[in-house]
Design a protein around this ligand. Structure first.
Ligand code: PLP
Length: 407
């Protein structure tokens, strides 16, 4: 699609968004947690189970070939979407699996005592805990790059932290709490100059903007399908072919082998080497449909639409007394963490729910970030292209009402 889509029509693609909650029209502002699904994604999963449900890469019968073809077609769609080769994409259950795969297959056999794994303070637990587990097993240590008060990465500090001992850098493309968009291409360029391997967590970027992995120049890029209109339990690890070739399998079982003998097993080539067992076939076919849908809308159109919604919501929220926005970096995705003076984040979210407004409250799987801002939890409103300006107004009105109730 070249011009901007008609967003009212687009909204109509999402059946769930017509429902009510506590007698009020649903205002769904939790897309950073999981995105809603358009009719075409739901239909593609339904169609798989109704017409050609079969296991992949095993059966020679018609259903088996149709399922395999559709599953591999989804890999191809994802590859084109990210501007990479099909055989560099491992299909998996999501970012958590993808990062664990890098941790256990790439890092565990390579890291040595005294090596440093560099992370940023804004990482999701999925890009912290696997590295802690690997550090415990290898004797490597974790170093943390800190933030500026507005929730941007302190780039000077980050680059200064890239010393000789650093072997791997884990950095999120977009923060799930602050919305900060990190300059990952610049960061990866600096890391590359120093021979540091880069793992970029793209979970919160891919739903919102065009992502061209070669232009980022990382070694590994992880994403999760359910935040980009796809089904849950789907995702991707992209890795440079040379890394995949050199990595031992993470899980053993069916599909990841060429030949099994009791005196030795020959592993399959990547990416299938890393896809042991029956995968989420229906889910990845649905994710392929989500990629078609997003591509048809145009990622630049989506980014522009969400920037408008973000500006509108930020302006409306800044009019509310006692409301504090956490994360005000100049380059942000449509995610707003906030607190209201004197109110606990969970109470706020519960009262907003009674008004039909779904926001997330809690630590957002980012404890170290909460510690940085000195708060136990925040509320987070996260927007997607299917939200409307009327919903932004309804959200602001609900906030005013809830604030009065809590005063
Ligand atoms: N990384 C970020 C930035 C996230 O926001 C999330 C999910 O909230 C994850 C990783 C983990 O994704 P998943 O639970 O789908 O593996």
């Amino acid at each position: 699609m070249s011009g901007a889509p008609d967003w009212t029509v687009v909204r109509g693609d999402f059946p769930l968004l017509t429902r009510t909650v506590h007698g009020k029209p649903l205002v769904y502002l939790d897309s950073a947690n999981t995105g809603q699904k358009p009719e075409c994604v739901i239909a593609s999963v339904d169609d798989f189970f109704r017409r050609y449900n079969a296991n992949v890469s095993r059966a020679v019968h018609t259903l088996g070939s149709e399922a395999t073809e559709a599953y591999e077609a989804a890999r191809g769609k994802l590859a084109r979407f990210l501007n990479v080769r099909d055989d560099e994409l491992v299909l998996c259950s999501g970012t958590t699996f993808a990062i664990n795969l890098v941790a256990y297959s790439w890092a565990l056999p390579r890291l040595q005592p005294g090596d440093v794994i560099l992370l940023t303070r804004m990482e999701h637990h999925a890009n912290i805990v696997p590295w802690q587990l690997i550090a415990q097993r290898t004797g490597a240590v974790i170093r943390v790059a800190d933030l500026l008060p507005d929730g941007s990465l302190d780039l000077d500090a980050l680059f200064a932290a890239m010393t000789l001992e650093v072997k791997l850098l884990g950095v999120t493309h977009v923060s799930n709490v602050l919305g900060t968009i990190n300059p990952v291409a610049t960061i990866c360029r600096e890391a590359r100059k120093r021979g540091i391997i880069t793992v970029v967590d793209g979970s919160q970027a891919v739903p919102h903007m065009a992502v061209d992995i070669p232009a980022i120049g990382c070694d590994f890029y992880a994403l999760t399908g359910h935040k980009m209109c796809g089904p849950t339990g789907t995702g991707v690890l992209w890795a440079k072919r040379e890394h995949l070739e050199a990595m031992p399998p993470f899980l053993g079982g069916g599909e990841m082998i060429k030949e099994v003998r009791f005196d030795g097993t020959v592993f399959n080539d990547p990416p299938h080497r890393f896809e042991a067992g029956t995968p989420n076939i229906a889910g990845h076919i649905g994710l392929g449909a989500a990629v078609d849908y997003l591509s048809d809308l145009g990622m630049d159109n989506i980014a522009a639409r969400e920037a408008e919604l973000l500006a509108h919501a930020t302006e409306a929220m800044s009019q509310i007394d006692g409301l504090r926005i956490i994360g005000t970096a100049p380059d942000k995705a449509a995610v707003i963490s906030f607190l209201v003076e004197g109110a606990h984040a969970h109470d706020l979210a519960t009262l907003l729910d009674l008004e039909g407004v779904a926001v997330r409250s809690g630590h957002h799987c980012a404890h170290p970030l909460m510690q940085f801002f000195g708060v136990p939890a925040t509320c987070r409103a996260s927007f997607a292209f299917y939200n409307t300006h009327d919903e932004v107004e309804a959200f602001a009105a609900a906030l005013v009402k809830v604030r009065r109730l809590l005063a």
